[in-house]
Each structure stands twice: as C-alpha cells, then as structure tokens.
Design a protein around this ligand. Sequence first.
Ligand SMILES: Cc1cc2nc3c(=O)[nH]c(=O)nc-3n(C[C@H](O)[C@H](O)[C@H](O)COP(=O)(O)OP(=O)(O)OC[C@H]3O[C@@H](n4cnc5c(N)ncnc54)[C@H](O)[C@@H]3O)c2cc1C
Length: 441
Amino acid sequence: MSERCDIAVIGAGAAGLMAAIAAGRTAMESGENLRVIALDGAKTLGAKILVAGGGRCNVTHHLVDERAYAGSSRHSIRNVLGRFDVKRTVSFFSEIGVELKREDTGKLFPTTDRARTVLDALLAEARRVGVELWHPWRVAGVRPDDAGFAIQRDESGACNDVRSLIARRVVIATGGKALPRSGSDGQGYSIVKSLGHTMTPRIFPALVPLTTPDGHFLRELSGVSVPAEVQVRERGGKVLVSFTNSLLFTHLGLSGPAILDASRYLADARHTDPGATLVLNLAPGLSPSDLDRAIVSAKGPGVARWLAESLAFRADVPGHADRGMPERLARALCEHAGIDHATPIQLLTRVQRASLVSAVCALVVPTTGDRGFAHAEVTAGGVPLSELRLDSMESRVSPGVHLCGEICDVDGRIGGFNFQWAWSSGHVAGRAAAKAIIDAT
Ligand SMILES: Cc1cc2nc3c(=O)[nH]c(=O)nc-3n(C[C@H](O)[C@H](O)[C@H](O)COP(=O)(O)OP(=O)(O)OC[C@H]3O[C@@H](n4cnc5c(N)ncnc54)[C@H](O)[C@@H]3O)c2cc1C
C-alpha cells in the first residue's frame, strides 16, 4: 500500500520534531493545508530527549556561539544558528508551555527539571499543527520520483500497512550513530549517500568517555570526581585545546564533562599526530610555578594531607566550590610521583617537588581509546554543510531534500549546544520545506 504527503520528515528526534512543527506552523500561518508526516523507526519517540541532561534535558545554553562547535566551518554553523537563535528557542518553548530556567553554568533546563515535559510539549505541538506521527515506521531508502520522492519502509514491524510513501519534499533528520539503541544507528548515512551526498572521511564518537590502559593507577579512583583542566597537546607540547570542568575517574578510564568535551579533539589530533597527549591539571587555575611556590613556602602536614587541605584551587568549577583535592587522589599522585605521602611537605627535595608538581599540574595520562558510540552523546562528522543551502538546509545535490540535526557535520560541546543545533537547523529545514511547496502552488 502506498500513500502521498507533502512533506515527510524522516526521524522524529529533536531536529525532526522541530522540523515537522516548523513545517506545520508555516502551513497554518499561510492558511494552507499541507500533509506533514514524521516517520520514526523507534517504537517510542524521543529516547534521547528523555535521557538528556541526566533526565532533565539541557535544552540549550544561555550563550550559544559557533566557537562551541566543531565539524563544518564555524562560519556556516553560525549562519544556521543565527536563523533560530537562543532567544527564539526560549520563546518557542515558552509558547508550547515549557518554561526554561538558567543554571549558574549557563545551561537552560525546563523549570520542572523533567525531560518528559520537553518531549510531551513537542509531541503535543506537532499534533496541534496537524503533523502525523508514524512510529514505528523505519525507512529503508528514498529515491527521486516523478512526484517528488518515494520513501520505502523496511521489513520490520510498522504502525500501519503503508509500505511506500510519496512525498513532495523530504526532511532527513535521522541523527548520527551515538547511542544506537535509541534508533540512531547511522542508517540515515546510506540514505543520504544514495541521494548523492558525501560524508566526511571520518565519523567518530564525540562527548565520549576515554579508556586508560589496564592497571593504570587512576582506575583505582573510580567514582571520584574532581575539578580539572584537561588539555589536548600535540606531540611537541603545544596546547591544542583546554577545558576546565568536572572530571570523573571510572573503572575503565576517565569521564565527566571536561573529558567528554576534550574527547573529540583528542581523537582528531591522534588521527594525524599519534604522539598527541592528554594532560591533566588536577589543581585547575594553578600553574606548575604557582604550585611550586606554594610548596616552597608550605609547612606542616604530610604531602597528601597538605594537597587535600591547603591547596586552594583558583578555577571556579560548578559543584566543586570549597572542596580541596580528595585525599585518595592526593595519595595516588604522591605514589605516582615516587613520594611517600606522609613526608612532611617542607622536607621535599627539589627533585621530589618537581616530580609532585608535574603529577598534579601536568599529568600525562595514556589513553587507549574511547567507549565508542554506545556511550557517546554525539557524533563527530557527517554531511558537510557545504553540501547544503544554509538558508533552507536544502541539499545542493538533491533539491527537494532538506537535512537537519546530527546527521550534519556539526558537533557541539556539553551544555545544550547539540540540542540548539537540532532546534536551529530543524526549524530552518522544516520552514523552508513548507514555504517551497506553498510558494510553488
Ligand atoms: C545520553 C545523552 C545525553 C545527551 N544530553 C544532551 C543534553 O542534555 N543537551 C544537549 O544539547 N544534547 C544532549 N545530547 C545530544 C542530543 O541528544 C543530540 O545531539 C540530539 O538528540 C540530536 O538530534 P537529532 O534529531 O539530530 O538526532 P536523534 O535525536 O538521534 O534522532 C534521530 C531519530 O531518527 C530516527 N531514525 C534513524 N534512522 C531512521 C530510519 N532509517 N527510519 C526512521 N527513523 C530513523 C531515530 O529512531 C531517532 O528517533 C545527549 C545525547 C545522549 C546520547
């Protein structure tokens, strides 16, 4: 059985729902009756919205600019973000009944602290503007057709008997490969490739925990969270990028926002420079010479106790106010530096001091890789923005097809930036798809 519609949105995650809503609203505003169908392979919609931000959904960030993103050129990313910016995003959510609050970090969350509020409001708005939500309805392929595009369903169970859908325009919002059990398993890549798109040469996990070698001493600290400055350095020592935020030691390696933010840059650097390193400053805000001076003038307790009690970090990392270094970490760092942790601080030799300073402020951590897409929050790589018209997100190689969200070569930092990309690009794509049909009639 086959059916027809005006716009088919493939993928009803954050970007797809926004695109479908924008298309539905544009039609309504123009008094046109467009049939918009959002298709998703998942049985239940919005898995990623529900798990986002630890179940609270970090919808966006107070200050969004292109420097928080990587992938395609920052100029192109800014171009799209500027078409549906944070102010409009906040108003949009308010209109659909989701008030957002700003936390000290600049992150915006729903005042309910429940991701469910965000998902339910998006689904209700989609229905209000006449969008049909078909799920599960997994798309196997899309091919150009005289009337637009023929969308083939795959063989898995579906919510109806329709096997093929003819659409005048298609919005592809199938996401990337992060958290594949949510339904975003990269199948969208073969769909866009069949339509003539290329992909970046590398597609890799971003915002992903890192692994350290078996037996590495930091693994013993699993569960401990500390403020840290995480640097990615090239072989010669030049700092390529640096993030100051929480770091979490895990039984397999390192996680926490500072590590997640650094992960894609480390992977990228290692690709061309296998000697690129991950370097931690576990006394963020203190330089090696600051720490050295502080040790020289210190007196009293053993080294580990001194690190735990007397070391005042200067970096302001939310969640870590007024907390020194956990003594477990201090002891482990002493051991790593070859120093008995009970040695009175004033008795350290110059060599010991240098070794301690480097363990605390410039700890090189060997990493063996990352936890992969199953544990990544986002995908680095995808369809280059150079293949899209940025004012409509319409494909340059397959006119009539629009792309939005994580399928594009855009990935952002922790903090709501990835959803903002989904909202902005989804809005541009959905609105442009509807306008193109309305203008043509
Ligand atoms: C654990 C976790 C926490 C996160 N927390 C945050 C956060 O707090 N703030 C933030 O900004 N970002 C967060 N992110 C990132 C954010 O969720 C994504 O960047 C965003 O969801 C991408 O939206 P999207 O619509 O492009 O893709 P997705 O959300 O991945 O949606 C794609 C949809 O397409 C469907 N689909 C795929 N292939 C097909 C097909 N062939 N046929 C039909 N349907 C298909 C999938 O089922 C899915 O529903 C988090 C991600 C994860 C994994």
